[in-house]
Ligand binder design. Structure first.
Ligand SMILES: Cc1cc2nc3c(=O)[nH]c(=O)nc-3n(C[C@H](O)[C@H](O)[C@H](O)COP(=O)(O)O)c2cc1C
Length: 212
């Protein structure tokens, strides 16, 4: 095999154009793990409240403070969260912690656009200070975001970049002394693996960078 004269490589290479969409989804979501969950709250043009989880979610930059969300389509139509973000230019990312795992899951139900997902999931709602969006009132950490850029991904939906205009923190969240780091043991974040599998905070290893 080219590049492997001693025959040591044992990998099986799956060409992504030779498998179906389901398999591509299964490979991607079981290998890009664990993913943080952006629990996204929005308001529609008509004022209907919406909240739904998105694990195709990531930090992009810190100055300006940017996050990304990839929101798929349903039956060829944009999901309500994407529609709302484009209509209002704003959304909140509620950080999913252990205490909210089940409530977050309830908000993945596919309600019609006129259904209030806060009410459906029994969640208290409050209004962001810096952007035109609601947030989950008892969530300990919330990123208040303004739409920064939208990239149309065609049949894959849309990629949204949001600029974080406000970081809302419960005063009980422990902050690492002398910094703005939120202590992970205090936050108790949840990560998504694949399917119905989630991961909670396990052992934290401290590994300083090597010096040259
Ligand atoms: C943990 C979790 C993560 C999810 N991540 C995504 C995602 O990254 N992109 C996406 O389009 N849908 C994702 N979904 C599915 C949406 O949450 C679901 O389609 C939801 O009903 C969309 O709501 P909306 O139509 O109100 O926007 C995820 C569901 C769960 C439970």
């Amino acid at each position: 095999m080219a590049g492997d004269p001693e025959g040591l490589l044992r990998h099986r290479v799956i060409r992504t154009d030779a498998v179906d969409a389901r398999e591509r989804y299964q490979l991607l979501t079981s290998l890009v793990v664990p993913r943080p969950i952006g629990w996204v709250s929005t308001r529609s043009a008509d004022g209907v409240l919406n909240v739904a989880p998105f694990s195709f979610f990531s930090a992009v930059a810190s100055s300006p403070m940017l996050v990304s969300l990839s929101i798929g389509t349903r039956g060829g139509v944009a999901k309500d969260s994407l529609r709302n973000i484009l209509d209002r230019g704003a959304f909140c990312v509620n950080v999913v912690t252990e205490g909210q795992l089940e409530a977050m899951n309830r908000t993945a139900a596919n309600l019609p656009p006129e259904g209030d997902e806060f009410a459906f999931a029994g969640l208290a709602v409050a209004e962001a200070e810096t952007v035109d969006a609601p947030f989950v009132a008892n969530c300990p950490a919330v990123l208040e975001c303004e739409l920064y850029k939208h990239l149309d991904l065609g049949s894959a939906g849309g990629l949204v970049l949001g600029e974080v205009k406000g970081v809302r923190l419960d005063p009980e969240l422990p902050i690492v002394e002398g910094s703005a780091f939120v202590d992970s043991e205090g936050l108790r974040p949840v990560g998504r693996l694949w399917g119905f599998n989630y991961t909670l905070l396990g052992e934290v290893r401290v590994l300083p960078r090597p010096e040259v």
